[in-house]
Design a binder for this molecule. Structure first.
Ligand code: FE2
Ligand code: FE2
Length: 481
């Protein structure tokens, strides 16, 4: 079979020849009902019967891989899709640099590899759980459809990781696959594995911040895993990245449209001071300082996902050839990093100091730096909207020491500018830097669902172009009667 084409004749669409792989097919068919139960319990609440204009992958060729049609979400064809195999691919980094990529799990690295797959897999259903209430307050059918698209694709990403577990990790892989359906975001006794995936996504601005900042962490992790010497993981992640791009598009344009609407409303009302929060809010839009606070929150939570700046786990995964760097193959060095160093921000004698660390143990820091550089691009666009409207305000990424729960800065308090402060000062100023309960209440008060085609809530502009080039009044979601 041409592995560029997806076989839809089977219950589980795939381009991995599942029909010839009876054992794995049976294992996945055994897992399927539990997945559907999970989706019905934890997927978008109140919209399981709605017909949603969704894209589904029919091929893995990046030039043309998706088709759009109305689908009831529980009927979505979640499948297993690997990017085409690269002929004669070699391991691009670590101790096995230059050796042929592995098609089977190397025994000595089995546990480490399984853990990487499970951690990635755990984030996928977590975000669906975090976002399950948002359909009810969608600012338009266009946005509602985008939310559901992100949700079904995160479901597919779970399938992607579960396939690897079933195919390559035998019984403990199957157990891990079951656990992925058992844990719940925010649960007391069975939480998701990473902090940011147990936080609430209470409103649509949070959703946009999440897809911009937290899905972008996903992008960085997938890029590093796409370099993996374990070829099936590499191929899976490469295809996931194709889908992931849309999630970040939803975040970036969602924030752009929010900022745009705020600026327009301010101009129309003749308000030039962006910090006159009450006046701006009275217009039914979200004031820029509150947008900045949401940004501070989601960026700092997402930084925590990169783990400790200095980490032997990261070094081991790199040495083993399991997890590389962002764009590893485009970096010009020895790809082994035995003698290299990398500058790391650390706490030294009570001050934030740049220290050269062995590059191998500083890989989390490096990936986080690459991430921060990637985050800046959206800020430039948002700030351009603000400047063009003639408003004197700029959104900024907070300092990496601000509001951290993991790594070097978890025991200190710092301002968004990176100035160290004591606990009392933090307490006094926290509400200026992070969304307060009353900010949350205000945003919640704006979250009114708009379900007429072409209609948008007061706080957000219409998008410039529709999905799949559809016109502005296209009915992206046909709600169940
Ligand atoms: Fe994902
Ligand atoms: Fe995503």
């Amino acid at each position: 079979m041409d592995s560029n084409v997806v076989d839809y004749s089977t219950k589980i669409p795939n381009n991995v020849g599942l029909t010839q792989d009876r054992q794995v097919l049976r294992a996945l068919e055994g897992w399927h009902p539990g997945y559907l139960n999970w989706w019905r319990d934890m997927g978008p609440e109140g919209f399981q019967e709605a017909m949603v204009y969704l894209r589904t992958a029919y091929a893995v060729d990046p030039r043309g891989w998706a088709k759009f049609d109305y689908v009831r979400m529980p009927d979505y064809r979640w499948g297993i899709l690997l990017a085409p195999a690269e002929e004669n691919r070699t391991i691009p980094f670590g101790q096995h640099f230059g050796e042929p990529a592995w098609q089977e799990v190397p025994g000595e690295y089995r546990a480490m590899l399984r853990r990487l797959v499970v951690i990635q897999g755990d984030t996928e259903p977590a975000s669906v759980e975090q976002q399950r209430h948002l359909g009810k307050t969608a600012p338009s059918l266009y946005d509602m459809r985008n939310l559901f698209q992100v949700n079904v694709e995160e479901g597919r990403h779970l399938w992607a990781m579960v396939y690897l577990l079933h195919k390559y990790f035998g019984r403990d892989g199957r157990e891990e696959a079951d656990e992925l359906l058992r844990r719940r975001s925010g649960s007391e006794d069975a939480p998701r594995m990473l902090g940011a995936f147990n936080e609430a996504t209470p409103d649509w601005l949070s959703f946009f911040m999440f897809t911009y900042f937290t899905d972008r962490d996903g992008k960085m992790q997938l890029h590093s895993l796409a370099q993996s010497g374990f070829d099936p993981l590499s191929r899976t992640c490469r295809f996931m990245l194709t889908e992931e791009a849309h999630h970040m598009f939803v975040g970036e344009t969602g924030i752009t449209r929010t900022v745009q609407r705020t600026c327009e409303a301010m101009r129309e009302a003749g308000i030039s001071d962006p910090t006159d929060v009450e006046k701006v809010r009275a217009l039914g839009v979200i004031d820029l300082p509150t947008i900045q606070k949401k940004l501070n929150l989601h960026y700092s939570l997402s930084l925590d996902l990169f783990g400790s700046e200095v980490s032997t786990n990261a070094a081991n995964a790199f040495n083993a050839g399991l997890k590389g760097r962002y764009r590893e193959t485009q970096i010009e060095d020895d790809h082994r990093l035995e003698n290299a160093t990398y500058p790391v921000l650390k706490m030294v004698n009570g001050a934030i100091t740049k220290v050269d660390e062995p590059a191998l143990t500083a890989l989390n820091m490096r990936l986080r730096d690459d991430y921060s550089a990637d985050c800046v691009k959206g800020l430039l666009r948002w700030n351009k909207v603000i400047t063009t409207a003639g408003i004197d305000y700029q959104l900024k990424l907070p300092h990496v020491a601000f509001h951290r729960q993991i790594g070097e800065f978890k025991d200190v308090e710092a301002t968004p500018q990176g100035e160290l402060i004591d606990a009392a000062t933090w307490k006094k100023s926290e509400a200026d830097w992070l969304p307060s309960a009353s900010d949350g209440d205000f945003i919640a008060s704006l979250m009114r669902s708009k379900i007429e085609p072409g209609e948008f809530a007061s706080w957000i502009s219409a998008p410039k172009v529709g999905i799949d080039n559809k016109p502005g009044d296209f009915e992206y979601v046909r709600l169940a009667a």
